[in-house]
Design a protein around this ligand. Structure first.
Ligand SMILES: [Zn+2]
Length: 356
């Protein structure tokens, strides 16, 4: 799905601001308004405002639709917020802050801040989800340099790509949850060069941080895993600018394939591809969408990619519902910068401490 299709789908589904408000209200309070202060469900609905405002009959506290959510006191209309959530949750609606600012007719700063808030939610959500079942993991190089010099190699970062067979989605998205894998890509904080193989301790730290205590199996270098149910599928064909070259793609080569086709296949048969392809697809998406990013926010962009892999499947409304539920969770306005940075740093400092 291209951005244009995503926009058309959004326009037909959410024609007006009122449509968007109704969707958001239904998402936040599926069983009707509930006061966040006293849990009372009896309230006056004040209709003189653009956004629905409720006054609790129990404690008289007024609560608006967006109060204490990531949209708290935002002057950006709900429809613009919903379009942003829609694009982030749709599988091919890649959008960066420049593009989003144009689409929404808002400043770059506003667009960046909206995307940033959404990414922080995603990272927090992911932090609460540990890999389960049969877990495969692989060490990859993020920002891998083609021309190798000492200076260039410093840009390379170690990253672990992992897939758990259990998809622990406990909120109300009802469909084939159990036969979908859950992915994590996590940067490994280390001072030494990224090409050095992972130590046993680095592997152990990954397991401790990102996996449930009791796994069915855990395998590094999944290609030789005896627990795999299916053989991997080779990428056999590729297209260049719509022209089918007929050549056989270099085995598992990350570039030069028909990305859309591979993407579709990954969604259809997620277990058929080696983890190196999952990681390479992520790196390609990040490069094409964001044109190179600094390391400060790299993990949150990578988490966004994983969110799309984990939830942005199919054309249904479930990924949007999931992301909207996160965005409308009470108390999310208090998620500050420090919070998400802490989880990343906590991660890295554990690695650094162990390396020292
Ligand atoms: Zn109340």
């Amino acid at each position: 799905m291209m951005l244009k299709d995503a926009l058309e789908r959004f326009q037909s589904q959410f024609k007006t601001e009122a449509d968007c408000i109704a969707f958001m209200e239904e998402t936040r309070w599926p069983n009707g308004f509930k006061c966040p202060s006293c849990s009372c469900s009896d309230a006056y609905r004040i209709t003189t405002r653009v956004l629905p405002l409720f006054e609790c009959k129990g404690c008289n506290i007024q609560t608006s639709l967006t109060a204490n959510t990531i949209m708290h006191r935002s002057r950006t209309p709900i429809r613009k917020w919903l379009l942003t959530l829609f694009l982030v949750s749709s599988s091919e609606g890649s959008v960066n802050a420049v593009r989003l600012a144009n689409l929404l007719q808002v400043t770059y700063k506003t667009a960046w801040s909206m995307l940033h808030k959404i990414r922080r939610l995603i990272s927090r959500w992911d932090a609460g989800h540990l890999l389960s079942g049969d877990v495969e993991a692989k060490h990859e190089i993020y920002m891998k340099q083609i021309i190798v010099t000492e200076e260039r190699m410093k840009q390379e970062k170690s990253i672990i790509v992992a897939r758990g067979s259990g998809h622990a989605d406990e909120v109300s998205v009802e469909h084939e949850a159990s036969d979908r894998p859950y992915y994590k890509l996590k940067l490994v904080g280390r001072e030494s060069e990224a090409r050095k193989p992972l130590s046993d301790e680095e592997r152990q730290i990954f397991v401790e941080l990102h996996c449930q205590r009791q796994l069915c199996s855990f395998q590094f270098n999944a290609k030789s895993s005896p627990n795999r149910k299916f053989p991997y599928e080779e990428v056999k064909e590729y297209w260049v600018d719509g022209y089918h070259s007929g050549n056989t793609c270099e085995k598992y080569s990350p570039y030069g394939w028909n990305a859309a086709a591979v993407n579709a296949r990954i969604k259809e048969c997620p277990f058929l591809y080696p983890l190196s392809i999952i990681a390479a697809e992520g790196f390609r998406w990040i490069n094409e969408t964001f044109f190179g990013i600094g390391m400060k926010y790299a993990q949150s962009y990578i988490d966004e990619y994983c969110f799309r892999m984990n939830y942005g499947w199919g054309q249904g409304s479930s990924p949007l519902l999931r992301l909207s539920q996160l965005a409308l969770t009470d108390g999310n306005n208090k998620v500050d910068e420090a919070d998400s940075q802490r989880s990343v740093r906590g991660n890295l400092s554990r690695y650094n401490a162990s390396a020292a």
